[in-house]
Design a protein around this ligand. Structure first.
Ligand code: HEC
Length: 494
Protein backbone atom coordinates (compact mmCIF):
# COMPACT_ATOMS: atom_id res chain seq x y z
CA UNK A 1 0.00 0.00 0.00
CA UNK A 2 1.21 3.46 -0.90
CA UNK A 3 1.31 4.91 2.55
CA UNK A 4 1.90 8.48 1.49
CA UNK A 5 -1.69 8.98 0.57
CA UNK A 6 -3.41 9.14 3.90
CA UNK A 7 -1.18 11.18 6.06
CA UNK A 8 -0.54 9.34 9.29
CA UNK A 9 2.45 11.39 10.33
CA UNK A 10 2.58 12.39 13.96
CA UNK A 11 2.48 16.05 12.99
CA UNK A 12 -0.85 15.71 11.20
CA UNK A 13 -2.23 13.51 13.95
CA UNK A 14 -1.21 15.95 16.67
CA UNK A 15 -2.51 18.97 14.83
CA UNK A 16 -5.75 17.23 13.96
CA UNK A 17 -6.29 16.12 17.54
CA UNK A 18 -5.52 19.59 18.82
CA UNK A 19 -7.86 21.16 16.33
CA UNK A 20 -10.62 18.70 17.21
CA UNK A 21 -10.16 19.54 20.89
CA UNK A 22 -10.32 23.27 20.21
CA UNK A 23 -13.43 22.82 18.08
CA UNK A 24 -15.06 20.72 20.79
CA UNK A 25 -14.25 23.26 23.46
CA UNK A 26 -15.51 26.05 21.27
CA UNK A 27 -18.64 24.27 20.11
CA UNK A 28 -19.91 22.42 23.13
CA UNK A 29 -20.94 25.13 25.59
CA UNK A 30 -23.01 26.95 22.97
CA UNK A 31 -25.00 23.85 22.09
CA UNK A 32 -25.35 22.47 25.57
CA UNK A 33 -26.22 25.77 27.19
CA UNK A 34 -28.84 27.07 24.82
CA UNK A 35 -31.29 24.57 23.30
CA UNK A 36 -33.27 27.37 21.65
CA UNK A 37 -30.31 28.52 19.60
CA UNK A 38 -30.91 27.79 15.90
CA UNK A 39 -28.97 24.81 14.61
CA UNK A 40 -27.31 25.56 11.28
CA UNK A 41 -27.61 22.92 8.59
CA UNK A 42 -24.36 23.75 6.84
CA UNK A 43 -22.25 24.35 9.94
CA UNK A 44 -23.60 21.60 12.20
CA UNK A 45 -25.69 18.99 10.39
CA UNK A 46 -23.87 18.75 7.05
CA UNK A 47 -20.42 18.11 8.63
CA UNK A 48 -21.91 15.16 10.56
CA UNK A 49 -23.53 13.74 7.43
CA UNK A 50 -20.28 14.21 5.53
CA UNK A 51 -18.25 12.39 8.14
CA UNK A 52 -20.63 9.50 8.73
CA UNK A 53 -22.87 9.16 5.68
CA UNK A 54 -21.45 10.61 2.45
CA UNK A 55 -19.18 7.58 1.99
CA UNK A 56 -22.23 5.50 1.02
CA UNK A 57 -24.70 8.27 0.23
CA UNK A 58 -22.57 10.26 -2.21
CA UNK A 59 -23.50 11.60 -5.61
CA UNK A 60 -22.34 8.48 -7.47
CA UNK A 61 -24.38 5.28 -6.95
CA UNK A 62 -25.72 6.22 -3.51
CA UNK A 63 -26.98 3.40 -1.29
CA UNK A 64 -30.78 3.29 -1.03
CA UNK A 65 -30.65 5.82 -3.94
CA UNK A 66 -30.27 8.52 -1.29
CA UNK A 67 -27.74 11.19 -2.29
CA UNK A 68 -27.05 13.31 0.78
CA UNK A 69 -24.47 15.59 -0.83
CA UNK A 70 -27.12 18.16 -1.75
CA UNK A 71 -29.86 19.45 0.51
CA UNK A 72 -32.39 19.01 -2.31
CA UNK A 73 -31.53 15.38 -3.09
CA UNK A 74 -31.32 14.56 0.63
CA UNK A 75 -34.86 15.92 1.18
CA UNK A 76 -36.11 14.19 -1.94
CA UNK A 77 -35.32 10.85 -0.33
CA UNK A 78 -34.15 7.68 -2.02
CA UNK A 79 -36.15 4.50 -2.47
CA UNK A 80 -38.18 5.84 0.45
CA UNK A 81 -39.63 9.32 0.92
CA UNK A 82 -38.08 12.43 2.42
CA UNK A 83 -36.31 11.15 5.57
CA UNK A 84 -37.14 14.41 7.34
CA UNK A 85 -40.52 15.66 8.59
CA UNK A 86 -39.91 19.33 9.41
CA UNK A 87 -40.90 20.15 12.99
CA UNK A 88 -41.33 16.47 13.89
CA UNK A 89 -38.09 14.68 14.71
CA UNK A 90 -40.00 11.71 16.15
CA UNK A 91 -41.71 11.14 12.80
CA UNK A 92 -38.51 11.54 10.77
CA UNK A 93 -37.01 8.38 9.29
CA UNK A 94 -33.60 10.03 9.60
CA UNK A 95 -33.88 9.92 13.41
CA UNK A 96 -35.29 6.39 13.22
CA UNK A 97 -32.17 5.14 11.44
CA UNK A 98 -29.77 7.13 13.64
CA UNK A 99 -31.26 5.76 16.86
CA UNK A 100 -32.15 2.25 15.65
CA UNK A 101 -30.49 -0.72 17.33
CA UNK A 102 -31.47 -3.27 14.66
CA UNK A 103 -30.26 -3.57 11.08
CA UNK A 104 -31.96 -0.30 10.16
CA UNK A 105 -29.24 1.56 12.01
CA UNK A 106 -27.16 4.10 10.06
CA UNK A 107 -24.29 3.98 9.63
CA UNK A 108 -24.73 0.21 9.36
CA UNK A 109 -23.30 -1.75 12.29
CA UNK A 110 -20.40 -3.25 10.32
CA UNK A 111 -19.23 0.12 9.06
CA UNK A 112 -18.85 2.23 12.16
CA UNK A 113 -20.13 3.44 15.49
CA UNK A 114 -23.49 5.14 15.78
CA UNK A 115 -23.50 8.91 15.96
CA UNK A 116 -22.93 10.10 19.54
CA UNK A 117 -26.09 11.01 21.42
CA UNK A 118 -25.35 14.73 21.59
CA UNK A 119 -24.88 14.82 17.81
CA UNK A 120 -28.21 13.06 17.23
CA UNK A 121 -29.81 15.60 19.57
CA UNK A 122 -28.45 18.41 17.43
CA UNK A 123 -30.00 16.87 14.32
CA UNK A 124 -33.29 16.39 16.21
CA UNK A 125 -33.22 20.01 17.24
CA UNK A 126 -32.53 21.09 13.64
CA UNK A 127 -35.55 19.08 12.45
CA UNK A 128 -37.65 20.44 15.34
CA UNK A 129 -36.77 23.96 14.24
CA UNK A 130 -38.12 23.25 10.75
CA UNK A 131 -35.16 21.50 9.06
CA UNK A 132 -34.23 24.74 7.34
CA UNK A 133 -31.44 25.36 4.93
CA UNK A 134 -29.19 28.29 5.87
CA UNK A 135 -29.97 31.61 4.19
CA UNK A 136 -27.95 32.18 1.05
CA UNK A 137 -27.45 28.48 0.31
CA UNK A 138 -29.16 26.97 -2.71
CA UNK A 139 -30.88 23.59 -2.20
CA UNK A 140 -28.91 22.27 -5.21
CA UNK A 141 -25.53 23.41 -3.84
CA UNK A 142 -22.83 20.75 -3.62
CA UNK A 143 -22.38 20.39 0.14
CA UNK A 144 -18.81 19.10 -0.17
CA UNK A 145 -17.88 22.28 -1.98
CA UNK A 146 -19.81 24.47 0.46
CA UNK A 147 -18.08 22.82 3.41
CA UNK A 148 -14.70 23.32 1.73
CA UNK A 149 -15.44 27.02 1.26
CA UNK A 150 -16.09 27.31 4.99
CA UNK A 151 -12.85 25.61 5.98
CA UNK A 152 -9.83 27.76 6.72
CA UNK A 153 -6.40 26.19 6.78
CA UNK A 154 -4.22 26.53 9.87
CA UNK A 155 -0.96 28.42 9.49
CA UNK A 156 2.06 26.12 9.19
CA UNK A 157 3.97 25.58 12.46
CA UNK A 158 6.58 28.30 13.04
CA UNK A 159 8.97 25.53 14.10
CA UNK A 160 8.07 21.95 13.20
CA UNK A 161 7.63 19.67 16.23
CA UNK A 162 8.14 16.62 13.97
CA UNK A 163 9.66 16.16 10.55
CA UNK A 164 7.34 16.66 7.59
CA UNK A 165 7.08 13.95 4.95
CA UNK A 166 8.32 15.20 1.61
CA UNK A 167 5.91 14.40 -1.19
CA UNK A 168 7.01 16.83 -3.92
CA UNK A 169 10.15 18.69 -5.00
CA UNK A 170 11.28 20.98 -7.81
CA UNK A 171 14.41 22.90 -8.72
CA UNK A 172 13.81 26.59 -9.43
CA UNK A 173 14.39 27.53 -13.11
CA UNK A 174 17.90 28.86 -12.29
CA UNK A 175 18.68 25.46 -10.67
CA UNK A 176 20.03 27.19 -7.55
CA UNK A 177 17.15 26.50 -5.19
CA UNK A 178 14.83 23.65 -4.32
CA UNK A 179 11.12 24.05 -3.62
CA UNK A 180 9.92 21.45 -1.12
CA UNK A 181 6.44 20.43 0.04
CA UNK A 182 5.76 21.30 3.71
CA UNK A 183 2.74 21.24 6.03
CA UNK A 184 0.31 23.78 4.53
CA UNK A 185 3.26 25.44 2.82
CA UNK A 186 5.98 25.25 0.23
CA UNK A 187 9.50 25.94 1.41
CA UNK A 188 12.41 27.19 -0.69
CA UNK A 189 15.98 26.17 0.17
CA UNK A 190 19.37 27.03 -1.20
CA UNK A 191 20.40 23.83 -3.03
CA UNK A 192 24.11 24.13 -2.31
CA UNK A 193 23.90 25.34 1.30
CA UNK A 194 20.61 23.90 2.54
CA UNK A 195 19.53 27.28 3.96
CA UNK A 196 15.82 28.06 4.28
CA UNK A 197 15.06 31.14 2.19
CA UNK A 198 11.31 31.29 1.76
CA UNK A 199 8.05 29.91 3.07
CA UNK A 200 4.92 30.12 0.94
CA UNK A 201 1.74 29.35 2.88
CA UNK A 202 -0.81 27.29 0.96
CA UNK A 203 -4.36 26.15 1.45
CA UNK A 204 -3.33 22.59 0.56
CA UNK A 205 -2.07 20.53 3.48
CA UNK A 206 0.56 19.13 1.21
CA UNK A 207 1.81 19.36 -2.34
CA UNK A 208 1.95 16.11 -4.30
CA UNK A 209 3.45 17.47 -7.52
CA UNK A 210 5.10 20.67 -8.77
CA UNK A 211 6.19 21.93 -12.14
CA UNK A 212 7.68 25.27 -13.15
CA UNK A 213 5.96 26.91 -16.13
CA UNK A 214 7.88 28.70 -18.93
CA UNK A 215 7.23 32.13 -17.32
CA UNK A 216 8.79 31.03 -14.02
CA UNK A 217 5.50 30.54 -12.15
CA UNK A 218 5.03 27.30 -10.25
CA UNK A 219 2.09 24.95 -10.82
CA UNK A 220 1.33 22.90 -7.71
CA UNK A 221 -1.08 19.98 -7.23
CA UNK A 222 -2.10 18.60 -3.86
CA UNK A 223 -4.77 18.93 -1.22
CA UNK A 224 -5.96 17.27 1.97
CA UNK A 225 -6.36 13.50 1.76
CA UNK A 226 -10.01 12.52 1.49
CA UNK A 227 -11.13 16.14 1.86
CA UNK A 228 -10.09 18.26 -1.07
CA UNK A 229 -7.67 18.68 -3.92
CA UNK A 230 -6.39 21.58 -5.96
CA UNK A 231 -4.14 22.73 -8.76
CA UNK A 232 -2.90 26.29 -8.30
CA UNK A 233 -0.32 28.52 -9.90
CA UNK A 234 2.01 30.46 -7.59
CA UNK A 235 4.48 33.25 -8.19
CA UNK A 236 7.09 32.39 -5.58
CA UNK A 237 8.84 35.70 -6.31
CA UNK A 238 5.67 37.78 -6.21
CA UNK A 239 3.39 39.39 -3.65
CA UNK A 240 4.41 41.16 -0.48
CA UNK A 241 6.75 38.92 1.49
CA UNK A 242 7.21 39.43 5.22
CA UNK A 243 10.67 39.01 6.63
CA UNK A 244 10.61 36.66 9.62
CA UNK A 245 14.11 36.10 11.05
CA UNK A 246 15.70 36.38 7.64
CA UNK A 247 13.18 34.11 5.93
CA UNK A 248 10.73 35.59 3.41
CA UNK A 249 7.18 34.49 4.23
CA UNK A 250 4.64 34.68 1.41
CA UNK A 251 0.88 34.40 1.83
CA UNK A 252 -0.26 31.97 -0.86
CA UNK A 253 -3.79 32.06 0.58
CA UNK A 254 -4.77 35.70 0.29
CA UNK A 255 -2.01 37.50 -1.60
CA UNK A 256 -3.10 37.58 -5.24
CA UNK A 257 0.45 38.42 -6.21
CA UNK A 258 1.49 34.99 -4.89
CA UNK A 259 -1.43 32.67 -5.68
CA UNK A 260 -2.09 33.89 -9.19
CA UNK A 261 -4.57 31.30 -10.44
CA UNK A 262 -6.56 28.33 -9.25
CA UNK A 263 -7.12 25.78 -12.00
CA UNK A 264 -8.90 23.01 -10.13
CA UNK A 265 -11.01 22.48 -7.00
CA UNK A 266 -11.67 18.76 -6.39
CA UNK A 267 -13.21 16.54 -3.69
CA UNK A 268 -9.97 14.63 -3.06
CA UNK A 269 -6.26 15.04 -3.62
CA UNK A 270 -4.62 15.77 -6.94
CA UNK A 271 -1.53 13.57 -7.17
CA UNK A 272 0.42 14.35 -10.34
CA UNK A 273 1.16 17.06 -12.91
CA UNK A 274 2.78 17.22 -16.33
CA UNK A 275 3.72 20.06 -18.65
CA UNK A 276 3.89 19.59 -22.42
CA UNK A 277 7.29 20.13 -24.10
CA UNK A 278 6.10 23.39 -25.69
CA UNK A 279 5.02 24.62 -22.25
CA UNK A 280 1.47 25.28 -23.40
CA UNK A 281 -0.49 22.45 -21.87
CA UNK A 282 -0.69 21.36 -18.26
CA UNK A 283 -2.31 18.08 -17.18
CA UNK A 284 -3.16 16.61 -13.78
CA UNK A 285 -4.38 13.31 -12.37
CA UNK A 286 -5.64 12.33 -8.93
CA UNK A 287 -7.99 10.50 -6.63
CA UNK A 288 -11.07 11.37 -8.70
CA UNK A 289 -9.58 9.09 -11.42
CA UNK A 290 -9.84 11.95 -13.90
CA UNK A 291 -7.22 13.50 -16.10
CA UNK A 292 -7.66 17.27 -16.39
CA UNK A 293 -5.94 19.24 -19.16
CA UNK A 294 -5.53 23.00 -19.49
CA UNK A 295 -4.42 25.09 -22.42
CA UNK A 296 -2.29 27.90 -20.96
CA UNK A 297 -1.28 29.49 -24.26
CA UNK A 298 -3.74 32.37 -23.86
CA UNK A 299 -2.29 33.45 -20.49
CA UNK A 300 -3.75 33.00 -17.00
CA UNK A 301 -6.74 35.24 -17.70
CA UNK A 302 -7.82 32.99 -20.54
CA UNK A 303 -6.93 29.49 -19.43
CA UNK A 304 -8.96 26.99 -21.41
CA UNK A 305 -9.86 23.72 -19.75
CA UNK A 306 -10.04 20.89 -22.26
CA UNK A 307 -12.56 18.09 -21.69
CA UNK A 308 -11.31 15.83 -18.92
CA UNK A 309 -10.76 12.16 -19.61
CA UNK A 310 -11.90 9.29 -17.47
CA UNK A 311 -11.13 5.65 -17.96
CA UNK A 312 -8.91 4.57 -15.11
CA UNK A 313 -10.76 2.54 -12.50
CA UNK A 314 -8.75 4.03 -9.64
CA UNK A 315 -6.48 6.93 -8.62
CA UNK A 316 -4.11 8.39 -11.19
CA UNK A 317 -0.63 8.58 -9.64
CA UNK A 318 1.55 9.58 -12.57
CA UNK A 319 1.25 11.53 -15.83
CA UNK A 320 3.49 12.52 -18.76
CA UNK A 321 3.01 14.11 -22.19
CA UNK A 322 4.42 12.65 -25.39
CA UNK A 323 6.96 15.04 -26.98
CA UNK A 324 4.41 16.27 -29.56
CA UNK A 325 1.96 17.16 -26.78
CA UNK A 326 -0.81 15.19 -28.47
CA UNK A 327 -0.85 12.24 -26.14
CA UNK A 328 -0.68 11.60 -22.44
CA UNK A 329 0.63 8.61 -20.53
CA UNK A 330 -0.83 7.86 -17.11
CA UNK A 331 -0.07 5.50 -14.22
CA UNK A 332 -2.84 4.27 -11.95
CA UNK A 333 -3.62 2.37 -8.80
CA UNK A 334 -5.84 0.22 -11.07
CA UNK A 335 -2.57 -1.62 -11.97
CA UNK A 336 -2.27 -0.23 -15.49
CA UNK A 337 -0.42 2.46 -17.40
CA UNK A 338 -2.32 3.96 -20.31
CA UNK A 339 -1.64 6.10 -23.33
CA UNK A 340 -4.32 8.59 -24.39
CA UNK A 341 -5.10 10.59 -27.48
CA UNK A 342 -6.04 14.00 -26.10
CA UNK A 343 -8.12 15.21 -29.06
CA UNK A 344 -10.04 11.94 -29.39
CA UNK A 345 -10.29 11.54 -25.57
CA UNK A 346 -9.54 7.90 -26.15
CA UNK A 347 -7.21 5.43 -24.60
CA UNK A 348 -4.84 4.17 -27.29
CA UNK A 349 -3.22 1.43 -25.29
CA UNK A 350 -3.21 -0.13 -21.85
CA UNK A 351 -0.03 -1.58 -20.40
CA UNK A 352 -0.98 -4.17 -17.75
CA UNK A 353 2.53 -5.53 -17.10
CA UNK A 354 2.99 -4.41 -13.49
CA UNK A 355 -0.03 -6.36 -12.22
CA UNK A 356 0.21 -4.04 -9.23
CA UNK A 357 -0.46 -0.34 -8.64
CA UNK A 358 1.60 1.84 -11.01
CA UNK A 359 3.09 4.98 -9.43
CA UNK A 360 5.02 6.70 -12.17
CA UNK A 361 5.25 7.00 -15.93
CA UNK A 362 7.54 8.68 -18.50
CA UNK A 363 7.84 8.83 -22.28
CA UNK A 364 11.05 8.68 -24.32
CA UNK A 365 12.00 11.94 -26.06
CA UNK A 366 11.21 10.47 -29.50
CA UNK A 367 7.81 9.27 -28.29
CA UNK A 368 8.52 5.63 -29.17
CA UNK A 369 8.75 4.12 -25.69
CA UNK A 370 6.84 4.31 -22.44
CA UNK A 371 8.41 3.70 -19.02
CA UNK A 372 6.55 2.91 -15.82
CA UNK A 373 7.27 1.95 -12.20
CA UNK A 374 5.22 0.69 -9.30
CA UNK A 375 4.42 -1.57 -6.45
CA UNK A 376 6.15 -4.54 -8.17
CA UNK A 377 9.62 -2.91 -7.67
CA UNK A 378 10.19 -2.93 -11.44
CA UNK A 379 11.01 -0.30 -14.02
CA UNK A 380 9.26 -1.49 -17.17
CA UNK A 381 9.61 -0.19 -20.71
CA UNK A 382 6.99 -0.76 -23.40
CA UNK A 383 6.25 0.21 -26.98
CA UNK A 384 4.18 3.40 -27.01
CA UNK A 385 2.20 2.11 -29.99
CA UNK A 386 0.05 -0.81 -31.09
CA UNK A 387 -0.54 -3.24 -28.20
CA UNK A 388 2.04 -1.62 -25.97
CA UNK A 389 4.22 -4.71 -25.87
CA UNK A 390 6.68 -4.87 -23.00
CA UNK A 391 10.29 -4.31 -24.06
CA UNK A 392 12.00 -4.89 -20.75
CA UNK A 393 11.53 -5.22 -17.00
CA UNK A 394 14.40 -3.94 -14.86
CA UNK A 395 14.76 -4.97 -11.25
CA UNK A 396 17.15 -3.62 -8.66
CA UNK A 397 15.06 -1.66 -6.23
CA UNK A 398 14.33 -3.83 -3.22
CA UNK A 399 10.97 -2.21 -2.49
CA UNK A 400 8.21 -0.31 -4.25
CA UNK A 401 9.27 2.41 -6.68
CA UNK A 402 7.39 5.58 -5.83
CA UNK A 403 8.33 8.04 -8.53
CA UNK A 404 9.87 8.19 -11.99
CA UNK A 405 11.33 11.24 -13.77
CA UNK A 406 13.11 11.74 -17.11
CA UNK A 407 16.42 13.52 -17.49
CA UNK A 408 15.79 16.68 -19.56
CA UNK A 409 18.77 16.20 -21.90
CA UNK A 410 20.07 12.63 -21.84
CA UNK A 411 18.39 9.22 -22.21
CA UNK A 412 18.42 8.75 -18.45
CA UNK A 413 15.64 8.07 -15.95
CA UNK A 414 15.61 8.53 -12.18
CA UNK A 415 13.53 6.58 -9.67
CA UNK A 416 13.08 6.74 -5.91
CA UNK A 417 11.93 3.93 -3.70
CA UNK A 418 10.80 2.70 -0.34
CA UNK A 419 14.15 0.86 -0.27
CA UNK A 420 15.71 4.22 0.76
CA UNK A 421 17.63 4.71 -2.48
CA UNK A 422 17.47 6.76 -5.64
CA UNK A 423 18.58 5.18 -8.92
CA UNK A 424 19.68 6.66 -12.21
CA UNK A 425 18.99 4.40 -15.17
CA UNK A 426 20.14 4.13 -18.76
CA UNK A 427 16.69 4.31 -20.32
CA UNK A 428 17.64 2.42 -23.49
CA UNK A 429 19.50 -0.43 -21.82
CA UNK A 430 17.31 -0.59 -18.72
CA UNK A 431 20.41 -0.83 -16.56
CA UNK A 432 21.12 1.10 -13.39
CA UNK A 433 23.89 3.62 -13.99
CA UNK A 434 24.10 4.66 -10.36
CA UNK A 435 22.48 3.97 -7.00
CA UNK A 436 22.35 6.93 -4.62
CA UNK A 437 22.34 5.76 -1.02
CA UNK A 438 22.20 7.78 2.16
CA UNK A 439 18.50 8.23 2.91
CA UNK A 440 17.35 6.33 5.95
CA UNK A 441 13.63 6.21 5.15
CA UNK A 442 11.22 5.86 2.22
CA UNK A 443 12.16 8.23 -0.61
CA UNK A 444 8.93 9.71 -1.94
CA UNK A 445 10.06 12.47 -4.26
CA UNK A 446 12.78 13.02 -6.84
CA UNK A 447 13.47 15.79 -9.37
CA UNK A 448 16.24 16.68 -11.82
CA UNK A 449 17.42 20.25 -12.51
CA UNK A 450 16.57 21.73 -15.93
CA UNK A 451 20.27 21.87 -16.88
CA UNK A 452 20.47 18.17 -16.10
CA UNK A 453 23.34 18.49 -13.63
CA UNK A 454 21.65 18.02 -10.26
CA UNK A 455 19.17 15.58 -8.79
CA UNK A 456 17.23 16.09 -5.55
CA UNK A 457 15.36 13.55 -3.45
CA UNK A 458 13.14 13.80 -0.38
CA UNK A 459 11.85 11.27 2.10
CA UNK A 460 9.34 10.31 4.74
CA UNK A 461 11.62 11.70 7.48
CA UNK A 462 11.89 15.17 5.92
CA UNK A 463 15.41 14.64 4.65
CA UNK A 464 16.35 16.27 1.35
CA UNK A 465 19.51 15.24 -0.50
CA UNK A 466 20.96 17.10 -3.46
CA UNK A 467 23.38 15.10 -5.65
CA UNK A 468 25.39 15.53 -8.84
CA UNK A 469 23.98 13.48 -11.71
CA UNK A 470 27.42 12.98 -13.31
CA UNK A 471 29.11 11.14 -10.43
CA UNK A 472 26.46 10.76 -7.74
CA UNK A 473 28.43 12.98 -5.35
CA UNK A 474 26.36 14.43 -2.52
CA UNK A 475 26.13 18.22 -2.75
CA UNK A 476 24.05 18.79 0.39
CA UNK A 477 21.73 16.97 2.78
CA UNK A 478 19.33 18.81 5.07
CA UNK A 479 16.03 18.33 6.82
CA UNK A 480 13.35 20.44 5.13
CA UNK A 481 11.16 20.84 8.23
CA UNK A 482 11.64 24.51 9.23
CA UNK A 483 12.89 25.00 12.78
CA UNK A 484 12.96 21.27 13.53
CA UNK A 485 14.67 20.53 16.82
CA UNK A 486 16.70 17.43 16.16
CA UNK A 487 15.91 15.04 18.99
CA UNK A 488 18.87 13.92 21.06
CA UNK A 489 18.85 10.18 21.54
CA UNK A 490 19.77 10.07 25.23
CA UNK A 491 19.49 12.72 27.91
CA UNK A 492 22.86 14.36 28.58
CA UNK A 493 24.61 13.08 31.71
CA UNK A 494 26.88 15.15 33.87
C1 HEC B 1 -21.60 1.61 4.74
C2 HEC B 1 -22.60 2.25 3.95
C3 HEC B 1 -23.57 3.20 4.60
C4 HEC B 1 -23.33 4.26 5.41
C5 HEC B 1 -21.99 4.74 5.94
C6 HEC B 1 -24.58 4.90 5.63
N1 HEC B 1 -25.57 4.23 4.98
FE1 HEC B 1 -27.54 4.74 4.90
N2 HEC B 1 -27.89 3.20 3.69
C7 HEC B 1 -27.01 2.23 3.32
C8 HEC B 1 -27.68 1.20 2.57
C9 HEC B 1 -27.03 -0.05 2.00
C10 HEC B 1 -29.02 1.59 2.49
C11 HEC B 1 -30.15 0.85 1.84
C12 HEC B 1 -30.76 -0.02 2.90
C13 HEC B 1 -32.03 -0.63 2.44
O1 HEC B 1 -32.56 -0.20 1.42
O2 HEC B 1 -32.50 -1.51 3.16
C14 HEC B 1 -29.11 2.85 3.20
C15 HEC B 1 -30.30 3.55 3.32
C16 HEC B 1 -30.45 4.70 4.07
C17 HEC B 1 -31.68 5.44 4.20
C18 HEC B 1 -32.97 5.11 3.53
C19 HEC B 1 -32.89 5.68 2.13
C20 HEC B 1 -34.09 5.34 1.28
O3 HEC B 1 -34.74 6.29 0.81
O4 HEC B 1 -34.31 4.16 1.07
C21 HEC B 1 -31.42 6.49 5.03
C22 HEC B 1 -32.38 7.57 5.46
C23 HEC B 1 -30.04 6.41 5.39
N3 HEC B 1 -29.47 5.31 4.78
C24 HEC B 1 -29.41 7.29 6.22
C25 HEC B 1 -28.06 7.24 6.53
C26 HEC B 1 -27.41 8.19 7.37
C27 HEC B 1 -28.09 9.37 8.05
C28 HEC B 1 -26.11 7.85 7.43
C29 HEC B 1 -25.02 8.51 8.24
C30 HEC B 1 -25.26 8.68 9.62
C31 HEC B 1 -25.95 6.67 6.61
N4 HEC B 1 -27.15 6.33 6.07
C32 HEC B 1 -24.74 6.03 6.42
C33 HEC B 1 -25.65 2.24 3.57
C34 HEC B 1 -25.00 3.18 4.34
Amino acid sequence: MFHSHRCFCILCATLTALLALLLMLAAQPAHAADPTKPVSFINTVAPLLKEKCFGCHGAKNPKGKLDMTKYASFRKGGTKDDPVVPGKPDDSYLITVLTATDKKRMPPKDSGDPLPKDKIELIERWIGQGAKLDAGLKPEADLLRELRLRWTPPPPPAAYPYPVTITALAFTPDNKKVVVSGHHELTVWDAAGGKLEKRIYTRARRAMAMVFLPDGKLAVAGGRPGEEGDVRIYDINGGKPKNVNGVAVLDGLNDKGVMVKQLLDADDEVLCLALSADGKKLASGGCDRLVHIWDLSGGYAKVKELPSIENHADWVFGIAFTPDGKRLATASRDKTAKLWDIAAKESILTFPGHQNPVYGVAIKSDGSTGYSVGEDNQLRSWKAAAEGKQIRASGGHGKVILKLVSHPKKPLLATCSADQTVRIWDADKGSAVRTLSGHSDYVYAVAISSDGNLIVSGGFDGEVRVWKVADGALVKAFNASPGLQVATKAPAKK
